[in-house]
Structures are given as structure tokens and as C-alpha cells.
Design a protein around this ligand. Structure first.
Ligand code: ZN
Ligand code: ZN
Length: 344
């Protein structure tokens, strides 16, 4: 490989018990169809909780942007191109992939940052098909918004639109980064006039949600139904759960109007339903929304250009990789963060 690329580099090692150490890791050469990226930024995600608490065998990080520094045989992306990395290493050939459902690939080669080395290391080796080039007008840090914030958030809104065309109100359960992403993408895709109610227990996050145009409900102080009424509604057309908590999902179903849907984005606990009154009579539905499709990225890049300052408000902390321990502690224990980015 080129002289500038080291044969090994120091990478964060998630040792378990909320401890992140550093260990030397070999920098692999890209094989056929692969790109080697010099990572520039990677956003922290709530789904990394088990890796932070219990440790990880690979280098975590699934919201990465980086610059191509070496390209394997058969690739077309020029060295020097900067872009974002799609989490799921989809095959491109299965029934799902052929139809564009790349988030439902039947023969996934891996999940970056979960069973493949991800974006907290200096270098990340990926298959070219999961690389999405981003023009230089965007910083690597703001380009991470294309992933879980705009991608996952926007996909949840698409799932809402699939269920009904006349959405006048939306309840977002949880104002963590995914909840903020759902709120922002609801405003961008469905229009600023849409009433988006958003719950949390942390005043910091609710204030951030309010700056993004959300109608906050602090469920530590108010029951959900009273919170909805305080915003002059009785029920909501749609709800998106980002918490994964059974009690929150239960409350969200109870708050749905006729023809309403609960879109579940947060993995976690279950839900108990009385099928006749909860589902059949009001014709409600419960729908899953998993990450997003690779082919949603171009539209989201256009939206990022149009709503750049608005979306950048979601990024509240930027730290160097040497501060990764402090970044994770602030993200998981402080409750006073939006999106936290590791830059390198
Ligand atoms: Zn994530
Ligand atoms: Zn596939």
C-alpha cells in the first residue's frame, strides 16, 4: 500500500464495564471490490450501549464518514473521495436487494461496527457498495447526519406515509438522537405545519426538540394523555417509538386516533395488545422500521443541502478520538447531549 498508510494503528478497544482502552490493530489492504477509508468522523448511537457496557470483539462505530485512501481491484471510486458508510453490508443480489430493500438483505455480509470493524478506528475497510460519496461542500461531521439521523428518521416517516396519506399530527416517543431525527425529518418531509409532539424526561433534550419545532411533553411531570391535551389534541394520527420501552409503546398505542399507526424504531421490549379494541375496531396498525434503504441517501443529501443549519442543530458535541471515553460517558450518563461526534 501507499507509504502514507501505516501497517497498523491504535484503535479504541471496547473492553466492557464502560471502559474504552486502545490497542494496536492491523490496517488491512483492500481486496477486490473493497475500499480503505481514513475515517474522519463517527457519531455515537444509543445502540452502542451493549458494546460500551459489555465490550465488543470488533471496533464499534456505524455512523462513519471518511476519505478513500486505497481502492481494491474492480472498484470505481477514486482515491480522495469522501463519503458516508451504510451500516449493512448488503449483497446486492438477493430478492430484497434487487427490489431496493437493502435494509432487508437476505445474505448480508455483515454489519459495520457490530460484526465488522467500524468507524471509531482510524481506518475502516468496507465493500464499495455501502460507500455513499458526499460532496466536499459538507464537512465529514455534518455528513454523519445522513446516517442514523436523516436515514433512520426519514425511513420511519416513509413507513408512516405508507400507512396513511393524511397525517396531521405525530407523536415521537423519546427525544434521544433517533427521536430528534424523526422529528426533524417529519418537519422536512411532511411540512413545517405538521404538529409533532415529542416526549422525554430530560429537559435538555426537550429544549433541543423545541428548537427543532417539536411540541415537548415531559412525561416525568405529566401523563402522556394530559401532555397531548396541553397541545390542543386528544389523540395523534401517528406515533413513532424510539425508546424500545413497553410502557412507552403501550401509552403510544392508547394515544392513537382511528387509522393510526405505531411505528417501532427502537429495539427492546414487547407490547401487550387487546386485538379487538386496540387494533381491529379502530383499524390501527403496528409497523416496524429498520434503519433505511441505501437508495434513500440521494434524496437525503438534497434535504441536507436545503436544511443544513436546521439539521446541524442536532449535533451538540464534537470530540477527538482520544476523548472517546468521556464522549461515551456524556452520551449515556449525562442526558445532556444531542448527537455526539468523534472526529479524527
Ligand atoms: Zn445507530
Ligand atoms: Zn441482499
Amino acid at each position: 500500500m501507499s507509504n502514507n498508510i501505516p501497517s497498523s494503528c491504535s484503535s479504541p478497544l471496547f473492553a466492557g464495564n464502560k471502559e474504552i482502552k486502545f490497542a494496536e490493530k492491523t490496517v488491512l489492504e483492500p481486496e477486490t471490490g473493497q475500499l480503505l477509508l481514513r475515517v474522519r468522523a463517527n457519531a455515537l448511537c444509543g445502540s452502542e450501549r451493549p458494546q460500551f457496557f459489555d465490550g465488543a470483539s470488533v471496533t464499534p462505530g456505524h455512523e462513519a464518514t471518511g476519505t478513500v485512501v486505497a481502492a481494491g481491484p474492480g472498484t470505481r471510486t477514486p482515491v480522495g473521495t469522501t463519503g458516508a458508510v451504510f451500516l449493512m453490508d448488503f449483497c446486492g443480489q438477493c430478492r430484497s436487494c434487487r427490489l431496493g430493500f437493502t435494509n432487508q438483505c437476505l445474505q448480508k455480509r455483515g454489519d459495520m461496527g457490530f460484526n465488522r470493524d467500524g468507524g471509531y478506528g482510524q481506518y475502516e475497510l468496507i465493500h464499495e457498495n455501502i460507500f455513499f460519496p458526499v460532496p466536499d461542500e459538507f464537512s465529514s461531521t455534518e455528513a454523519t447526519l445522513l446516517l442514523d439521523i436523516m436515514g433512520t428518521g426519514g425511513h420511519a416517516i416513509e413507513r408512516c406515509q405508507l400507512m396513511r396519506p393524511d397525517i396531521e399530527s405525530l407523536l415521537v416517543v423519546g427525544a434521544g438522537p433517533i427521536g430528534l431525527g424523526v422529528l426533524a425529518m417529519a418537519k422536512i418531509i411532511l411540512g413545517r405545519q405538521l404538529k409533532v409532539l415529542i416526549t422525554d424526561v430530560m429537559p435538555y433534550r426537550l429544549e433541543l426538540a423545541e428548537r427543532l419545532g417539536g411540541l415537548p411533553i415531559n412525561i416525568a411531570q405529566t401523563p402522556l394523555s394530559a401532555g397531548i391535551q396541553s397541545h390542543e389534541l386528544v389523540r395523534v394520527d401517528m406515533a413513532v417509538d424510539t425508546t424500545g420501552k413497553q410502557a412507552a409503546r403501550q401509552d403510544a398505542v392508547d394515544s392513537l386516533a382511528q387509522r393510526g399507526s405505531l411505528i417501532c424504531v427502537g429495539h427492546g421490549e414487547g407490547i401487550a395488545l387487546k386485538i379487538s379494541p386496540d387494533i381491529i375496531a379502530p383499524e390501527r396498525s403496528i409497523v416496524g422500521s429498520e434503519y433505511f434503504r441505501y437508495d434513500e441517501l440521494p434524496a437525503n443529501l438534497r434535504r441536507l443541502r436545503q436544511h443544513r443549519a436546521y439539521l446541524n442543530q442536532i449535533i451538540t458535541h464534537r470530540l477527538g478520538v482520544d476523548e472517546i471515553q468521556r464522549a461515551f460517558e456524556a452520551f449515556f450518563f449525562g442526558g445532556e447531549t444531542g448527537k455526539v461526534i468523534i472526529e479524527q
